[in-house]
Design a protein around this ligand. Structure first.
Ligand SMILES: Cc1ncc(COP(=O)(O)O)c(C=O)c1O
Length: 415
């Protein structure tokens, strides 16, 4: 079978997401995926089953409890395989903002006055303010600033900021505004040459393909599971050799039992168990397109990522091209996706209308988008955009269709 020739079967994909048959949602083109995605039926079924039969305290010997605990452990095991980590490197928390805040609290004990921390002004605030707070323990905060014209983070600027005192580099894998995929592998290499650790925010990247954290060689990596077709949780990966040295922020008797030492408490049981549904959906997608080929989960993810990327390119590039050509619309970021260099997250402003006005027009045509700064207000200010009105953001994932692309192009042509 020639794997690279396969095309994503959108009817199959959409049949897995009950929202597309739901009376409230079905007439809408949903382009607010960077805010949170719909979930496939496998996740809903897992959640319902857990709540129906195993909603008891897990890890006791009676079957309802045993199954509850087993399914929570299974979810961790599967996600470890999906991102190429081991089970002890996975932490599930309430959100990416919570995960990064908790992580910065744990890391602050290793910061000495005069140590340097690099943050960007492209990131969502979730991966900025927890690191800026380290100034309270004497850290010097340096900002890796975007190019104010292109919105891009340039690697040479990072090189000039890194010193022997750099301890942390916090950077997004993909901007939720600009859409560019940053070269996290290269960033990790440069940071590691100075013995600094890298904290990658994968929130805007992971919905378009789960990353291989070993390949990226990041020290920490986090993404929001509610944007990757799951419930409202977020995953934090941390390298085992670092996690084991961090202080225990949980109950005292758990000393040494990482990764349970990072969060002061456990995660939401039913939602954690329902993450198995994401894996089930991905495997169903794989088997449908690739005939039950028997390879590792991670290899299947790589193949699915390519399948999805091809489709996302097809539906996003006409929109990027159109906005780029319009004189009265200002596109942010690259005007074409090529070789996964950009996510299909398309932000723009209008010369003649506020972002709120444009967004309202789109919504009136049953196109679900919104205007906002999306908590990346530093990025907007650097681009000279009013962060209270923000940008209009059209964000797609693999379940968006060519028909929806046509609808949005039509709606934009009437603005
Ligand atoms: C790039 C990026 N990072 C971090 C976050 C914060 O995620 P959470 O809502 O899980 O705290 C978001 C949320 O929109 C985001 O887009």
């Amino acid at each position: 079978m020639n794997i690279s020739n396969n095309k994503l079967d959108l009817d199959f994909v959409r049949s897995q997401f009950p929202a597309f048959q739901d009376p409230l949602c079905k007439d809408w083109s949903f382009f607010e995926n960077a805010g949170g995605s719909y979930v496939p039926k496998q996740v809903i079924d897992r959640l319902t089953n857990f709540m129906t039969s195993t909603k008891v305290q897990p890890y006791a010997e009676y079957p309802m409890s045993k199954i509850a605990g087993d399914s929570m452990d299974k979810a961790i095991e599967l996600f470890a395989q999906i991102i190429n980590a081991n089970n002890k490197e996975i932490i599930i928390g309430g959100s990416t903002s919570i995960n990064l805040y908790v992580l910065s609290n744990a890391l602050k004990y290793s910061i000495k006055p005069g140590d340097e921390v690099i943050v960007t002004n492209q990131d969502h605030e979730a991966n900025i303010s927890p690191w800026r707070r380290l100034s309270e323990v004497g850290a010097i905060i340096k900002e890796w600033q975007i190019n104010p014209i292109t919105g891009e983070l340039e690697i040479e600027k990072l090189e000039s900021l890194l010193t022997d005192r750099t301890k942390i580099v916090a950077v997004t894998h993909c901007s939720n505004i600009v859409g560019t995929v940053n070269d996290l592998k290269k960033i990790s290499k440069l940071a590691h040459e100075k013995n600094a650790i890298v904290i990658g925010d994968g929130v805007s990247y992971a919905p378009h393909g789960f990353p291989d954290v070993k390949e990226l060689d990041v020290d920490f990596y986090t993404f929001s599971l509610y944007k990757t077709y799951g419930p409202h949780l977020a995953l934090l990966f941390g390298k085992e050799e670092i996690l084991k040295k961090l202080p225990n922020q949980n109950h005292k008797f758990l000393d040494g039992q990482y990764p349970y030492t990072i969060n002061p408490g456990g995660s939401n049981h039913e939602e954690l168990a329902s993450l198995i549904g994401i894996h089930e959906y991905l495997m169903k997608l794989f088997n449908f397109h690739f005939n039950n080929l028997d390879i590792s989960i991670r290899n299947k993810i790589n193949i699915i990522n390519n399948l999805i990327a091809k489709h996302e390119e097809e539906i996003a590039n006409p929109i990027l091209e159109y906005i780029h050509k319009r004189k009265d619309l200002i596109l942010i970021g690259k005007n074409k996706i090529k070789d996964k260099n950009r996510a299909p997250t398309v932000s723009f402003t209008s010369v003649k209308k506020t972002s709120e006005e444009v967004s309202k027009i789109l919504v009136s045509k049953k196109i679900a988008t919104r205007n906002d700064n999306f908590y990346a207000w530093r990025c907007l200010e650097a681009l000279n955009i009013d962060s209270s009105d923000g940008v209009v953001r059209i964000s797609m994932v693999h379940y968006n269709s060519k028909k929806e692309t046509e609808l949005i192009l039509d709606a934009l042509s009437n603005i």
